[in-house]
Design a protein around this ligand. Structure first.
Ligand SMILES: Nc1ncnc2c1ncn2[C@@H]1O[C@H](COP(=O)(O)OP(=O)(O)O)[C@@H](O)[C@H]1O
Ligand SMILES: [Mg+2]
Length: 273
């Protein structure tokens, strides 16, 4: 890597809703082929931050830069046009649509001419399946299948493959693994690594420290709307990160205690009587 400016940068961004200050002085950078993990407990301001990056909200103060140039997004469309893609927890896809259809929703390939122009199902299916398979999801091999029949991890993967296919440069993932089982989450983490290999700048939001550590190059911990810590891969242990997220409370020992309990009780968490 060189002196290239970061793909996306925030400089001292504040966001208030009327009298309520939600984000304070947020400064962050994410470069090509880099994964920035944004960690923070519920209510820390993670969603507000990504909505500000995705054009849903506008910063109250501060600047957003892309490739070193100040940008402003009046609408989510503006952010999307600049290559900022946001994938939400459930993939944001349409359960009753086929895989091919949902991949191309809004940009359907057509065949024929004038009034005879029709949606080219075969081409759409081929392109969609190929794109998803190139991410290693070989179980998706029929573009006619309904999105609703895919697992949570497969839906996420489809949404990520779609964003990459249509030229996203920044991929924002809001808690993509929160509702997934271990195997499914591993699936999504692999896709995140693949997106990174393809040179995307990835912002990965999570409160699962292990998931963050599996893909992150750079970490920022958000507490009550401010960056409480900002560090690179290898600089902090899992325990330190967990404690940071809890605002300095020693959560890691509690977590270890619960894990120990579960290990000796067939995976069941302690019950409150
Ligand atoms: N539109 C809004 N108006 C007022 N307060 C808001 C608004 N959106 C979010 N907040 C507040 O900002 C804080 C952070 O919320 P959020 O960004 O959703 O946190 P997280 O995603 O980290 O759980 C919360 O206290 C929430 O109530
Ligand atoms: Mg949130």
């Amino acid at each position: 890597m060189s002196t290239k400016p970061p793909v996306l940068e925030l400089r001292s961004v504040d966001k208030s809703f009327g009298p309520i200050d939600v984000l304070h002085e947020i400064s962050l950078k994410v470069g090509e082929g880099e994964v920035l993990c944004l960690l923070g407990d519920n209510g820390a301001g993670k969603s507000t931050l990504i909505k500000t990056l995705a054009g849903v909200h506008q910063p109250t103060r501060g600047q957003i830069l892309m490739d070193g140039q100040a940008v402003s997004f009046a609408t989510p469309r503006d952010a999307a046009d600049r290559g900022i893609a946001t994938v939400h927890q459930f993939g944001g896809t349409f359960p009753l649509m086929s895989i091919g259809r949902s991949f191309f929703v809004g940009v359907e390939p057509t065949k024929g001419w004038g009034p005879f122009r029709v949606y080219d199902r075969k081409t759409a299916n081929e392109i969609a399946v190929k794109a998803v398979q190139s991410f290693g999801i070989t179980r998706i091999d029929d573009g006619d299948r309904l999105v609703g029949g895919l697992s949570g991890g497969e839906r996420q993967s489809l949404a990520i493959a779609r964003a990459v296919h249509f030229g996203a440069r920044v991929l924002i993932l809001d808690e993509p693994t929160a509702a997934l089982g271990v195997k499914q989450a591993a699936h999504v983490l692999r896709i995140v690594n693949e997106a990174k290999k393809r040179g995307l700048a990835v912002i990965f939001i999570t409160h699962q420290v292990m998931h963050a550590m599996a893909v992150g190059d750079h970490f920022a911990v958000l507490i009550r709307g401010a960056i409480a810590a900002d560090f690179r891969k290898g600089e902090k242990s899992r325990e330190e990160i967990t404690d940071l997220m809890a605002g300095g409370a020693s959560m890691s020992s509690l977590e270890a205690e619960i894990e120990g309990y579960m290990a000796s009780h067939d995976g069941h968490p302690p019950q409150v009587a």
